[in-house]
Design a protein around this ligand. Structure first.
Ligand SMILES: Cc1cc2nc3c(=O)[nH]c(=O)nc-3n(C[C@H](O)[C@H](O)[C@H](O)COP(=O)(O)O)c2cc1C
Length: 188
């Protein structure tokens, strides 16, 4: 947890959803609020937003590839570094992979290297209502929740696919509110 001598540290992980643009707003607000943010973006997330955006918002390089030279220990180092991890948007694929304990990519390895009993790991789902309500997705959410992962609620309403219902990523202001409630006000 953060001490009085340093800023709170948030590991912000993005997976491949149209809602990545909302995550960028949240990251911007969190940096302005005094949170030190580092980002991990899956290759799919980078189809929606560029590394330059995330690096520009945080002032930090973006981690994405488990095998990137010079960053081979990021899956351990970032897990040690952060006070809180937030996967937003969390895709159906991401939730199902995390719940299965797969570690063949950076996010999966980070999740297993994360000491879930000691530090919070949160997911903010974002997907089409049918994907969200699918029994496999719901089973993964339940399993993750049982392991100590905090599953943030989804919003209701218009989805990018044109349908209506659950599965909408929380609004940036709501993501910020949850993070600030956990990590506290600016302390450095
Ligand atoms: C335009 C577009 C939008 C998508 N939006 C979502 C989404 O909101 N939620 C989701 O679960 N998957 C969505 N997908 C599918 C994921 O990107 C896909 O399952 C991908 O493999 C996820 O990879 P990742 O979880 O490693 O980031 C979308 C795909 C496309 C092409």
């Amino acid at each position: 947890m953060p001490t009085a001598t340093r800023k709170p540290r948030l590991l912000f992980l993005l997976s491949g959803s149209i809602a990545c643009y909302k995550a960028c707003f949240a990251i911007s607000k969190l940096v302005q609020a005094g949170i030190e943010v580092r980002t991990v973006a899956t290759p799919s997330a980078l189809q929606f937003i560029g590394k330059a955006t995330l690096e520009g918002l945080t002032g930090q390089p973006v981690a994405s590839d488990l095998w990137e030279s010079g960053k081979a220990m990021d899956h351990i180092n970032l897990a040690r570094w952060a006070d809180l991890a937030l996967v937003a948007p969390a895709t159906a694929n991401m939730l199902n992979r995390l719940s299965a304990g797969l570690a063949d990519d950076l996010v999966g390895s980070l999740f297993l290297a994360w000491e879930i009993q000691k530090k919070p790991w949160w997911v903010a789902p974002a997907m089409n209502v049918a994907m969200f309500n699918h029994p496999l997705t719901q089973a993964s959410l339940q399993k993750l929740s049982g392991l100590g992962v905090r599953v943030l609620p989804t919003g209701e309403g218009a989805l990018a696919c044109g349908e209506e219902g659950a599965g909408r990523l929380l609004e940036p202001e709501q993501l910020v509110m949850h993070v600030l409630a956990e990590l506290g006000p600016k302390i450095a």
